[in-house]
Design a protein around this ligand. Structure first.
Ligand SMILES: NC(=O)c1ccc[n+]([C@@H]2O[C@H](COP(=O)([O-])OP(=O)(O)OC[C@H]3O[C@@H](n4cnc5c(N)ncnc54)[C@H](O)[C@@H]3O)[C@@H](O)[C@H]2O)c1
Ligand SMILES: O=P(O)(O)OC[C@@H](O)[C@@H](O)[C@H](O)[C@H](O)CO
Length: 420
C-alpha cells in the first residue's frame, strides 16, 4: 500500500481533486474540483495557520472536525474546561491543538489589527452546530478574559447548518479506478453517493458566496432539517452498524439489504419520528424510504467500520436525545434501547466467533471494560453518567436494553434482529 500524505494535494496536484459520484446502477460521474486554493497543515506550522486565518480576505472559517471536536459534556452540554488539550492551549496560545485555540488566536489578531471577524461555519453532525460552536468558543475565550469572550459572543456569526452526503473513506481501489476509468492520477479523490443536501442559515457577518446557485437551501431555521437528518440518517447508521457487524457484514449496503435490518431501521425510525418537527417541503415517509435506498447503494462501499467508530461521540448526540424525549412523552424506546445494547455487545471487543473487534473510540478502554462486566453486572455499560446520564434508572429503557443484550449474547445478532 502506498502511504500518501495530504501534502501531496499541494505538492503534486495543485490542490485539485476529483469528485467521483457512484450511482447504484454502477455508472460514475467524475469532476475535477478547483475550490481548494492552498493548504496549510496546522500542526506543522500553527503560527502560519493562525496568520492565514487572520488575513483580511478570509471571511469564513468552516469546520469539519467531527462530533468529538466540540468538547462539551454530552449530558449537561457545558464546555469541558478540565481537559488536557484545553489546558495546553491556554498555556500555549501560539501553538494550539484544538479548534478553540486556533479560532481564538486568529480572532485576537484580527481584532488587534482592526480586521472584522470571520464567520465560523460548522458543518459537523451536531444538533444546533452553530449554536454549539458559539457557546463552546465563548466559554473557551472566557478562560482568557471576559471582555474578549463578550466580543466574540456579540461580533462573530455562527450559522447553523445541516450537511448530508454519504462520503466513505477513500481507498487505494478508488485511486486505481480514477486512474483507470477517467485517466486521472489523483492521490486524494473523494467518492460519494449521488444524493446531497446542504441546508444553511443566512447568518454571515462578512458575506458569503452565492451557494444557492450550487443547490444549497438557505433557510431561516435549520433545526427541523437537522433533527430529521441526525435522528433518522445518522442514528439509523448507528442502528445498522453494530447489529450489521455482529451479524457478519462489513459494508453498509450489505447490512441495509438484509430484510431483518431493514425492519429494525423502519421500527427505529417509527420511534424517532414523533420527536421530529415538520420539515418544510419534505415528506418524512418518503425521506425514510430514500434513506434505505441510499444505504443500500452497493457502489458506495461505505464500511461499517467507519460507522462503528467513535460511538461515544455519536450515540449520546444522535440517539439518546430521541430516547429522552420519547420517555418524557411516555412513548416506547424498545428499538433505540436495542441499538444501545448492540453497541454494548460490540464494545466488548470480541465478535460472535471469538475474533477480536477493533473498537475505535476515544473512550475505548472505558467502554470495553464496562461492556465486559456482562453478565456479572448486566447494566454496567449504562452506568456511565457521562454517556447515558441517568437513563439506567429508567425501567422503560433499561428493561428492553437488558432483554436485547441477553438475546445478543444467547442467540446472536441475526436471531435477535428477528425477535425485534
Ligand atoms: N463523511 C460523511 O459522510 C459526512 C457527511 C456529512 C457530514 N459529515 C461531517 O463532517 C465531519 C468530518 O467527516 P469526515 O468523513 O471528513 O471525517 P474524517 O474522520 O475523515 O475527518 C475528520 C477530521 O477532523 C479532524 N479532527 C478530529 N478530531 C478533531 C479535533 N478534536 N479537533 C480538530 N480536528 C479534529 C481529524 O484529524 C480529521 O482530519 C463529520 O464528523 C461529520 O460531522 C461527514
Ligand atoms: O461522520 P460522522 O462521525 O458525523 O458520522 C458517520 C456517518 O453517520 C456520517 O458520516 C454520514 O455518512 C453522513 O452524515 C451522511 O451525510
Amino acid at each position: 500500500m502506498t502511504l500518501l500524505q495530504v501534502d501531496d494535494l499541494t505538492a503534486e496536484q495543485d490542490c485539485l481533486y476529483t469528485l467521483v459520484i457512484k450511482h447504484a446502477d454502477g455508472s460514475r460521474e467524475a469532476r475535477v474540483i478547483g475550490s481548494i486554493v492552498d493548504y496549510v497543515f496546522a500542526p506543522d506550522d500553527p503560527v502560519a495557520a493562525i496568520e492565514r486565518m487572520a488575513r483580511p480576505e478570509v471571511r469564513i472559517v468552516s469546520m469539519t472536525v467531527t462530533e468529538g471536536g466540540y468538547n462539551f459534556d454530552q449530558v449537561t452540554g457545558e464546555f469541558v474546561a478540565d481537559n488536557p488539550a484545553i489546558r495546553h492551549d491556554l498555556a500555549h496560545p501560539q501553538a494550539p491543538t484544538t479548534i478553540f485555540g486556533y479560532l481564538t488566536a486568529a480572532l485576537k489578531l484580527r481584532r488587534e489589527r482592526g480586521i472584522p471577524p470571520f464567520t465560523v461555519m460548522s458543518c459537523d453532525n451536531i444538533q444546533g452546530n452553530g449554536h454549539v460552536a458559539r457557546r463552546m468558543l465563548v466559554a473557551y475565550a472566557r478562560l482568557t478574559g471576559d471582555e474578549f469572550a463578550d466580543w466574540i459572543g456579540s461580533s462573530v456569526h455562527f450559522p447553523n447548518s445541516m450537511v448530508d452526503r454519504i462520503t466513505p473513506v477513500t481507498t487505494d481501489a478508488d485511486r486505481a479506478e480514477v486512474a483507470d476509468t477517467f485517466g486521472i492520477r489523483d492521490a486524494w479523490p473523494v467518492v460519494a453517493e449521488p444524493f446531497f443536501q446542504w441546508v444553511l442559515e443566512d447568518e454571515f457577518g462578512a458575506g458569503r458566496p452565492p451557494w444557492e446557485q450550487a443547490g444549497v437551501q438557505v433557510v431561516p431555521d435549520v433545526e427541523p432539517y437537522e433533527l430529521m437528518k441526525l435522528r433518522l440518517l445518522n442514528a439509523s447508521h448507528q442502528a445498522m452498524a453494530y447489529f450489521g457487524y455482529l451479524a457478519g457484514y462489513r459494508y453498509a449496503h450489505e447490512a441495509a439489504q438484509d430484510p431483518a435490518i431493514v425492519s429494525l431501521l423502519a421500527g427505529y425510525m417509527a420511534e424517532a419520528t414523533p420527536t421530529l418537527r415538520p420539515v418544510p417541503g419534505v415528506d418524512l415517509a418518503g425521506y425514510q424510504r430514500e434513506l434505505i435506498e441510499r444505504f443500500s447503494n452497493p457502489e458506495v462501499r461505505d464500511t461499517l467500520a467507519r460507522l462503528c467508530a467513535e460511538t461515544s461521540d455519536r450515540i449520546p448526540k444522535w440517539l439518546l436525545p430521541v430516547v429522552r424525549e420519547n420517555l418524557a412523552a411516555g412513548r416506547p424506546v424498545v428499538l433505540a434501547a436495542a441499538v444501545c445494547a448492540s453497541w454494548a455487545r460490540y464494545a466488548e471487543g470480541v465478535d460472535e466467533k471469538g475474533a477480536p473487534i477493533d473498537v475505535v473510540d476515544r473512550l475505548a478502554d472505558r467502554v470495553t471494560a464496562a461492556a465486559r462486566r456482562y453478565p456479572d453486572d448486566p447494566a454496567a455499560f449504562l452506568r456511565d453518567p457521562q454517556l447515558f446520564g441517568d437513563l439506567v434508572d429508567e425501567p422503560d429503557f433499561r428493561l428492553p436494553y437488558l432483554a436485547a443484550l441477553k438475546s445478543l449474547h444467547e442467540q446472536g445478532a441475526a436471531a435477535t434482529l428477528l425477535t425485534l
